[in-house]
Write a protein that binds this ligand. Structure first.
Ligand code: GTP
Length: 596
């Protein structure tokens, strides 16, 4: 009966104890016995465990008996990080309520606010929960007040728990049953289900996580993914409790999984609606969008021989993560590699780490850049994923960059420092609110390129680690941008082009040529290193010609020494890339790329 079902998420800032609380709920409802309790069961990827970040949403069904009634409590796990906003919003769309979890010492943080607002937009019942009350320095009263000031929650409604000791967890379960609304939806209506997650099983193919909004789905039934337009047969369906438990049908209000012999995760779109084949299907659920890759970088094997190996590794990763994409790219400087697209910076870091863990390819990564939009002189809008694709200045009508809305929470003492930083990064202040006596929330619109560059690290360091940042896309806005090229003896070095604000071009151009001058070895001739915007040179350095031949001093007979020297030189050359008639070592590229 759907009146006994409760569907909810836990939303929290990183490290406020979401996984620990999920574990306690599993234990207190008897879903997992104490003995079987594996720490943080919901984060099932090893990497997530090592980083302590829940990356992909998962769902688990807990059966619980209270006053003689059986309840089905479905906990949908959500990623906590900003890069995965869209996935969070799809998970929220499958729930009637959320537990808004806040650390009793740290208080409200940027992600708490972002996620709480998202829950409000979905009209969900919010249960405020204050965690870690066992800590000696816990300050639950003040935190309850902060929550009231920033999120409008009632301090009297806050449930106080310790996910570590289990204190307050039984009361929280009562609260979930009493306050979270039961799902609506008609089991007899036409099937309409929301896909809120998927993962890949080597033996079974794609596993699709669904919430049934209306109707009933049965084993053996034919279903249709409305956006993808594909029809499949349900081979197995069931619930996670927490292991896969097959059953015969899932009805309106329930949450579970479908296995349909789908061979690629690319065919399962998060946010898609499942219904029946034919034209009597239910309408698609609102809110579907494709994952937007906002950050791009090039990945090249430092040894060209590893190209195929790198391609296989990237393919394996994209099977498990359709929001990551890659395509071959050739760079004069770095050889054959791939241009990869990510949802954001953390997503990029995760993929890189997986690559490192799962293969032993030595990688060169180019500086990350964001997606730009250009309206050309013919009035066409083009998306640009790498700086070298930016057309020449004469062909650009308007250059547009992505802007994000940043919410930054800082202790009052650091407000000035953070404001200065945001202004330097071309931020425009939108709001300033005080959360309590101690802390404030600043709202800024900032170009994503500036955020990607190093804003998070800088905020952390100028607030001694206390500041937190969250951002979401606002849209594209015109800006005075240009492509800055690096030219070595007349040849453009594609890997070193960057897009930057015109006002920064001089400074950045000068910095790169200075650095490159130090890194380029002397040749038999003079090497000119220039920075240019279009045909205008804005900085120049010269690497003087070499004066001596390396073997000159090995005159006459000492042939072995001469050979040794030449051999050494040859080895050095293997890692050299030719730019026109100039050879530049990979080390030089790395040095410049990591600086710029
Ligand atoms: P992410 O997965 O990174 O989003 O973090 P999370 O929110 O799931 O936090 P997690 O459950 O991993 O907890 C973070 C840290 O806080 C861990 O070291 C936990 O042991 C600790 N912790 C969680 N709950 C409590 C609590 O009630 N009391 C105390 N003292 N520590 C807790």
């Amino acid at each position: 009966m759907s009146s006994n079902i409760r569907n909810f998420c836990i939303i929290a800032h990183i490290d406020h104890g979401k996984s620990t609380l999920a574990d306690r709920l599993l234990e207190h409802t008897g879903t997992v016995s104490n003995r079987d309790m594996k720490e943080q069961l919901l984060d099932d990827l090893e990497l997530e465990r090592s980083r302590g970040i829940t990356i992909k949403a998962r769902a688990v069904t807990m059966r619980f008996k209270r006053n003689g009634t059986d309840y089905e409590l479905n906990l949908i796990d959500t990623p906590g990080h900003v890069d995965f906003h869209y996935e969070v919003s799809r998970s929220l769309a499958c729930c009637e309520g959320v537990l808004l979890l806040v650390d009793a010492f740290q208080g409200v943080e940027a992600q708490t606010v972002a996620n709480a607002f998202a829950a409000m937009e979905h009209n969900l019942k919010i249960i405020p929960v204050i965690n870690k009350i066992d800590l000696t320095h816990a300050r639950p009263e003040e935190v309850a007040e902060e929550m009231m000031n920033s999120l409008g929650t009632d301090p009297d409604e806050c449930v106080r728990v310790s996910a570590k000791t289990g204190q307050g967890v039984d009361e929280l379960i009562d609260c979930i049953i009493e306050h979270i609304p039961t799902p609506t939806g008609d089991p007899a209506a036409t099937l309409q289900a929301m896909v809120f997650d998927s993962n890949y099983d080597d033996f079974r193919g794609a596993i699709t996580y669904v919430r049934i909004m209306n109707g009933t789905v049965c084993k053996g039934q034919k279903i249709r993914f409305l956006k993808a337009g594909s029809v499949h047969e349900v081979v197995e369906l069931g619930r996670f409790a927490p292991q896969r438990q097959p059953c015969d049908q899932l009805k309106a209000g329930q949450v579970g999984y479908l296995i349909c012999n789908i061979k690629s995760l690319g065919d399962v779109h998060i946010g898609d609606t499942i219904s029946i084949p034919g034209d009597k299907h239910a309408p698609a659920l609102p809110g579907y969008s494709r994952p937007k890759r906002m950050v791009y970088c090039g990945l090249f094997p430092s040894d060209g021989q590893d190209f195929t190996e790198l391609r296989d590794a990237l393919e394996r990763l994209s099977i498990n993560d359709p929001s990551f994409e890659f395509e071959p790219e050739t760079s004069e400087a770095l050889g054959f590699g791939f241009r990869c697209g990510f949802l954001g910076l953390l997503h990029m870091e995760i993929i890189q780490q997986r690559l490192e863990n799962e293969s032993d390819i030595d990688l060169v990564q180019t500086a990350p850049n964001v997606t730009y939009e250009i309206i050309n002189k013919r009035g066409e809008t083009i998306s640009i994923h790498k700086p070298q694709d930016v057309p020449d200045p004469g062909d650009i009508e308007e250059f547009r960059q992505p802007i994000v809305r940043c919410n930054i929470i800082v202790p009052n003492d650091y407000i000035g420092a953070v404001m200065k930083l945001c202004q330097e990064r071309r931020g425009i202040q939108q709001t300033q609110e005080y959360l309590g006596a101690q802390r404030a929330m600043l709202g800024y619109n900032i170009p994503l390129a500036e955020v990607v560059y190093d804003l998070h690290d800088k905020i952390k360091s100028c607030t001694r680690g206390y500041g937190t940042l969250d951002y979401e896309m606002v849209g594209f806005e015109p800006a005075d941008l240009c492509r800055l090229d690096i030219v070595v003896n007349g040849s453009r070095v594609d890997a070193l082009s960057i897009v930057c604000h015109r006002a920064d071009a001089d400074r950045r151009g000068r910095a790169v040529v200075k650095r490159l001058k130090l890194e380029i070895e002397r040749h038999m001739f003079e090497v000119a290193v220039q920075a240019a915007v279009g045909s205008r040179v804005i900085a120049r350095e010269t690497v003087p010609a070499m004066r001596k031949n390396v073997t000159a001093k090995c005159y006459g007979g000492d042939i072995t020494r001469k050979r040794k020297l030449l051999q050494k030189q040859k080895e050095g050359k293997k890692r050299m890339k030719a730019i026109g008639n100039v050879e530049i070592s990979q080390k030089a590229f790395m040095a410049v790329l990591s600086d710029s």
